[in-house]
Design a protein around this ligand. Structure first.
Ligand code: NAP
Length: 348
């Protein structure tokens, strides 16, 4: 990526995360990037139902945000399309870096995996906050990035902006990760924590839904599927595994009753949905299950949306903890990946 001319960014997906990132680019992120000598310009945006727009000289981002906030199409801004599909957009939009920000299909990792692959094949650096490509296709995408001399980064895929992947990749050189355990699904953590305070499972779920933490259809969270996808993403990225989520032995929190929670609490224990990864011979195994943990365990740290602890050969246990995770933290993950690419554009 050249350091003088503005770096061109294409966003596929302009929902909560894409728009928050764009809004920050107009403010503090833009200032940070200019200070680093690498100004950026959003040159293309695609959505599913709100059109796509490209302009090689840079889109009017303020206008794009205004249109999006009113639910209107972006097409009036287009000076470079039209595009026939999101795949066509990824193949042709003017860009140096593609940000893949579409929703996760937890059963397949698509269409994000295809978008990432098409971007890398075209020689674009790719950043995603979508765990699908990391959980379903990381080895293939990493090798595509190497072959095309670009980088594929995904810090926002697990625990928002907390540096889970960078902790190992950047801060622990030479380390071998032997295993990990984490409470990575904030919906189940919040539901179990509210049940500890006396709420019924149903009321705790309804509260999480009203707060926008749980989906209208919460099965992905409650059945442990979201946690399985995150566990695969971590195992693939930091332990060199080649797992897909269907290989994870998985159960959820549906069987945990208020009585179980009460009895555990009386004994100084708490339930959490725990993702574990461990080496088993040359393979890596990931499991997801509700576990009863002593109250002092790191995974039951109060007031925390996510925590992961790595077991390593040279550092013993080392972990990372996130207070509240959300859209701002995920937008920050995109900024941190972008800065990493601008500073080190060669594949590692
Ligand atoms: N929200 C968070 O706090 C958070 C945290 C960590 C990770 N993430 C991940 O970040 C990604 C984006 O999340 P979000 O909350 O921004 O999602 P969102 O609000 O649902 O927005 C998704 C965007 O993608 C567009 N889109 C959907 N399908 C598409 C397709 N096939 N081709 C092109 N565009 C498509 C949508 O278009 P329309 O506007 O037309 O609907 C929308 O603009 C997800 O993978 C999510 O798991 C989110």
């Amino acid at each position: 990526v050249a350091s003088r001319r503005p770096v061109r960014l294409a966003l596929v997906g302009f929902g909560s995360v894409g728009r928050r990132f764009a809004a920050h680019l107009l403010g503090n992120y833009g200032r940070i990037l200019r200070r680093l000598g690498t100004p950026t310009r959003v040159t293309a945006i695609a959505t599913a139902r709100h059109g796509a727009a490209a302009d090689p000289r840079g889109l009017d981002l303020r206008r794009a945000l205004l249109l999006a906030s009113k639910g209107r199409s972006l097409e009036s801004l287009d000076r470079g399309g039209p595009f026939t599909s999101a795949a066509d957009f990824v193949k042709r939009a003017p860009a140096d870096v593609l940000l893949e920000l579409t929703p996760l299909d937890p059963q397949s990792g698509e269409p994000a995996t295809t978008h990432v692959a098409l971007g890398l094949r075209r020689g674009l650096h790719v950043i995603t906050a979508n765990k699908g490509p990391v959980a379903f296709a990381l080895p293939r995408l990493r090798s595509l990035a190497r072959r095309h001399g670009v980088r594929f980064l995904h810090e926002g895929a697990v625990m928002d902006g907390a540096p889970v992947f960078n902790l190992v990749a950047r801060c622990l050189p030479g380390i071998r990760v032997l295993g990990f355990r984490g409470a990575l699904n904030s919906t189940t953590t919040r539901i179990l924590a509210r049940m500890e305070q006396g709420l019924s499972a149903g009321a705790a779920l309804r509260e999480a839904q009203a707060a926008g933490v749980a989906e209208a259809d919460p099965r992905n969270d409650l059945d442990g599927w979201d946690a399985a996808v995150k566990g695969c993403a971590i195992a693939n990225a930091v332990m060199g595994a080649r797992l897909v989520p269907s290989q994870v032995r998985r159960s959820g929190i549906a069987g945990i009753t208020e009585k179980d929670v009460r009895l555990a609490l009386a004994a100084g224990h708490r339930f959490r949905l725990v993702v574990r990864g461990k080496r088993s011979g040359r393979a890596v195994e990931v499991t997801v299950a509700a576990e009863r943990l002593p109250a002092g365990d790191l995974l039951v740290t109060p007031g925390c949306d996510g925590v992961v602890v790595f077991e390593t050969d040279l550092m013993g246990e080392i972990g990372i903890w996130e207070g509240v995770g959300g859209v701002d933290q995920t937008a920050y993950a995109l900024l941190s990946d972008l800065i990493a690419i601008l500073e080190r554009p060669r594949p590692e």
